[in-house]
Design a protein around this ligand. Structure first.
Ligand SMILES: C[S@@+](CC[C@H](N)C(=O)[O-])C[C@H]1O[C@@H](n2cnc3c(N)ncnc32)[C@H](O)[C@@H]1O
Length: 312
């Protein structure tokens, strides 16, 4: 049975347009692009983008042969398809594979991916360690995981706390839910969770040093982002910005599995309900012969959120 934490629902949301395209966030977008470039491997085989949304960052992963865009919202994925192109999901793996699923219940076989990113999505996780452990399971030995998280220990929250204008303490390790299903995390808590799961942390970059309305009005986004780029490496010493990027690597284990690309897309998946690895491809769904679940394939999206048939 599905007893996972609640999901922050973006179904039908105009997030990409209202927050990014028309929301005055060119500076943040450019600063993130700089951080990603510093952390991404030049090339790779199979990338998992968690909470991909409308695919804002996906073109930045062009060095990868195949990219799985995973998001809970099918309308976000449909926007990503419009931007990146919709590929025929049947048969040999296309460049982009669209998957609607819950990060807490990933529908992938273990150790499939040689890289993963999660940008601006951890802040919706009420149980971050649970989400991170799901991600760890699907990564190969030596895989790279790039995680962005919202930092509770940012200058603004420290100031507000010091002035008595904020009732939560930015220095303590527990996450803070500042709006329903929106969480800020302490950098040390993130490090502890990642290391506890067998990741080693290779790089930490602080991002969005100049996220201030006044500065953004005075200076061009390109200039502010370039300046941000100069400061990002200070993340290895201290982290007081609202956004932090961490590059973590799965520590090598003896049971390294080779990644067999090109592959059949279906070989990526497992049944998220019973973990059966041998799903059968039917006309418009994947079928699990163990628990009899059917998982829809609709409009070029593999949908693992809810089985389409009743539990028998
Ligand atoms: C703030 S948006 C970020 C989108 C994209 N990464 C970006 O930076 O432009 C967060 C995304 O996470 C997705 N999301 C939230 N909770 C999720 C969950 N439990 N499983 C899968 N996706 C989730 C939402 O649907 C949304 O598209």
């Amino acid at each position: 049975m599905n007893n996972t934490p609640p999901v922050c629902n973006y179904e039908g949301s105009d997030y990409q347009t209202s927050f990014w395209d028309e929301g005055g966030r060119e500076y943040e977008d450019r600063a993130e692009a700089i951080a990603l470039k510093r952390m991404l491997p030049k090339s790779g085989k199979l990338m998992l983008e968690l909470g991909a949304g409308a695919g804002r960052n996906t073109p930045r992963y062009a060095g990868f042969e195949h990219i799985v865009l995973l998001d809970y919202s099918t309308t976000q994925l449909a926007q990503a398809q419009q931007k990146l192109g919709r590929s025929d999901p049947q048969g040999a793996a296309p460049k982009y594979i669209y998957v609607a699923a819950d990060i807490y219940r990933l529908p992938f076989r273990d150790q499939q991916f040689d890289a993963a990113t999660m940008i601006r999505a951890l802040h919706h996780m009420a149980d971050a360690p649970k989400a991170l452990s799901q991600i760890r399971n699907v990564l190969q030995s030596n895989a790279v995981f790039i995680l962005e998280f919202a930092n509770k220990l940012n200058l603004k929250s420290i100031l507000r706390f010091g002035l008595g204008r904020q009732n939560w303490n930015p220095f303590t390790l527990e996450p803070v839910e500042f709006v329903k299903l929106n969480f800020d995390f302490h950098p040390k808590a993130i490090r502890n969770w990642l290391e506890g799961l067998g990741f080693s942390i290779e790089k930490t970059l602080t991002v969005s040093h100049f996220r201030l309305g006044l500065l953004k009005r005075i200076f061009p986004a390109k200039f502010l982002a370039a300046l941000d780029g100069l400061f990002q490496p200070t993340g290895s010493i201290w982290q007081f910005t609202p956004s932090i990027f961490v590059k973590a690597k799965v520590e090598e284990k003896s049971n390294t599995k080779a990644n067999g690309v090109p592959f059949n897309v279906i070989e990526l998946f497992k049944c998220p309900e019973c973990n059966n690895q041998n799903l059968e491809e039917k006309n418009d769904h994947l079928y699990c012969s163990t628990c009899k679940a059917q998982w829809a394939i609709r409009d070029g999206i593999y949908d693992f959120r809810e089985r389409t048939n009743k539990v028998v």
